[in-house]
Write a protein that binds this ligand. Structure first.
Ligand SMILES: [Zn+2]
Length: 567
């Protein structure tokens, strides 16, 4: 309501209106400080094109808005800022969604811990980015720790994943401290601490079969392996290194009455004879995730860990181990699961891995992987992914997030710049009788920009099959050209542009074009000739079709390949 009143007043002004920008900066300022200050706002407006001679007129308006904002309760300021945040330029990633973490200090350390089984997809990127965004907020250190313990048959390490992950972080502008840390380089460290645990009589080597372990857990019964003295446990631990897969595991001593059966004498190490892409068959005793993290988070000085709620029990185990060693507990912050809606199923790295290996997906940037690489190729901007994650923030409960939210963030960023072109899917050729002799029409690249282009008009015109079927026999307007009664043999009617006549796009001297869709299939058609001036990587809008990124030009086939961004 407030906004409307002020807008009315400013209508008489012919120059650019800065009302929204003033609101945005005032709200932002009020969020970061006890109250907003007018002198902060003015310099910001120059970034948006404010001219010096406007200062006199704009100052009263700034004062008025700042006063209004300062009267708002804080939660209203937060809400309002969400509406106006797009008017803030080069926003430092400060958002109401990024609420304060516990135990903030000057020396915070975060870590990114991807398991290298494939490219990062939108789902796991959320967790990593959230850590990175918080690190930016607190000016903290970030470590990249490749969580490459041995994996399993279902969750294989993919050698190329190491690179794909680094590439994704680089593109997302996630900064981390070099060198990268590899868990697979740290096995000797884990062994040392395992031995310490045994010496403290807190861990034991168990030779029971998996079934027995399960039964004992349910019955809350300790197995006989647990009873051996420390000296014997140490011998058994040595023996474990010369044994076969499945013969021994190292287990921690908890209470067999722990309310969570999975926690009861949990396994810390197991034998795996899998080949490891980085260290080969050098090791066969491998730690479980929670043990390696309990050690590393302490040794690397990690202070804050943001991760999914699916790792709650691992978190409990880490706390348990930190307490045994008497180490300070880092802050574990568990987020609710994110269900992405509109992506055609569930995101899964293991599924993507299977499809990439089988050749069903074209590679790790196949759009169906929803990998960072695939999103980049489609024309989703890294800033948009960051903003999307920032908006989700630290969710406590499981939430469903439509992927359209990401698209709408991205669309806002593309819309003001992307050039407009015509693309006709499944072209149908029509001829027009009695048409005026027009060789070319002039249109604009962008409705709000002066630069113009020509569309050539030949004898033959193509419209899309969809439009043809929909409007056959009816009067339509060929956008920017004239009106016809649509058919294979169309009839020119008149030139005047009337709002009630549906407008469709068309191509005359078209260029062969295919567009990769998010479902992993191509659609084919013709584009206007002006696309020949585009550079690979440019993101444009095909009118009435959607935003697309030019991916490739096949010289042999003379065919342009685009990737569909969103509509
Ligand atoms: Zn046992």
């Amino acid at each position: 309501m407030v906004k409307k009143e002020i807008k009315k007043e400013s209508k008489s002004q012919t120059k650019k209106d800065f009302t929204n920008h003033i609101f945005a900066y005032s709200l932002e300022n009020a969020l970061e400080h006890p109250i907003a200050a007018p002198n902060i706002i003015l310099p910001k407006l120059f970034q948006h094109g404010l001219e010096k001679e406007q200062i006199k007129d704009i100052l009263p308006k700034i004062n008025e808005i700042v006063n209004l904002v300062n009267k708002m309760p804080k939660d209203q300021v937060k809400k309002e800022f969400e509406k106006y945040s797009e008017y803030v330029k080069d926003r430092v990633y400060f958002s109401p969604a990024l609420k304060e973490l516990p135990n903030v200090s000057k020396n915070m350390v975060f870590r990114l811990a991807p398991f290298p089984s494939g490219a990062l997809h939108l789902g796991n990127t959320k967790t990593y980015l959230l850590n990175a965004l918080y690190a930016e907020k607190y000016n903290a250190k970030v470590l990249l720790v490749m969580d490459d313990t041995v994996g399993s048959e279902e969750k294989k390490i993919m050698p190329e994943a190491y690179k794909l992950i680094q590439e994704a972080f680089q593109w997302l502008k996630v900064k981390y401290k070099k060198p990268i840390i590899y868990k697979s380089d740290r096995l000797e460290i884990y062994y040392k601490y395992a031995e310490d645990l045994i010496k403290k009589n807190k861990a034991y080597v168990c030779s029971c079969k998996q079934e027995e372990i399960k039964e004992n857990r349910v019955a809350q019964r300790e197995c006989s392996c647990r009873q051996f003295p420390v000296s014997e446990q140490l011998l058994r631990w040595k023996k474990m290194f010369k044994s076969k897969q499945g013969e021994y595991v190292l287990r921690i001593k908890t209470s067999m009455q722990d309310p969570n059966p999975a926690f009861r004498d949990r396994v810390l190490f197991r034998i795996s004879e899998r080949y490891h892409p980085k260290v080969g068959n050098k090791y066969k005793v491998w730690p479980m995730l929670e043990f390696s993290w309990a050690i590393d988070d302490h040794l690397l000085g990690v202070t804050h860990i943001i991760r999914g709620k699916e790792l709650m029990i691992e978190g409990d185990m880490e706390n348990y181990i930190w307490d045994i060693f008497g180490w300070k507990r880092p802050n574990l912050i568990h987020c609710g699961l994110i269900k992405l809606e509109g992506i055609g199923g569930k995101l899964s790295k293991s599924k993507a891995q299977r499809e990439v290996l089988s050749g069903d997906y074209s590679g790790w940037d196949d759009p169906r992987t929803w990998s960072v690489q695939s999103l980049r190729r489609r024309g989703i901007l890294q800033e948009s992914i960051r903003e999307f994650v920032e908006k989700i923030g630290l969710n406590q409960n499981e939430i469903t997030v439509p992927v359209d939210d990401l698209y709408s963030i991205n669309r806002k960023k593309l819309d003001s710049e992307a050039k407009r072109y015509f693309f006709v899917q499944d072209p149908v050729s029509i001829e027009i009788t009695n048409a005026p002799q027009i060789k070319r029409v002039q249109t604009k690249y962008h409705p709000e920009k002066p630069k113009t282009k020509d569309l050539l008009v030949g004898k033959e015109i193509f419209v899309s099959l969809k439009d043809f079927n929909k409007f056959k026999g009816k009067q339509i307007r060929l956008m920017y050209l004239y009106n016809i009664k649509l058919d294979k043999q169309s009839e020119f009617t008149f030139e005047e542009n009337k709002p009630e006549i549906p407008k469709i796009h068309w191509v005359s001297k078209g260029l062969k074009t295919k567009v990769m869709m998010p479902e992993g299939t191509y659609v084919f058609g013709l584009s206007e000739e002006n696309i020949s001036k585009l550079k690979i990587g440019e993101i444009i809008q095909f009118e009435r079709f959607g935003f697309c990124r030019l991916d490739n030009f096949d010289k042999k086939k003379k065919e342009y390949e685009f990737w569909f961004t969103h509509n």
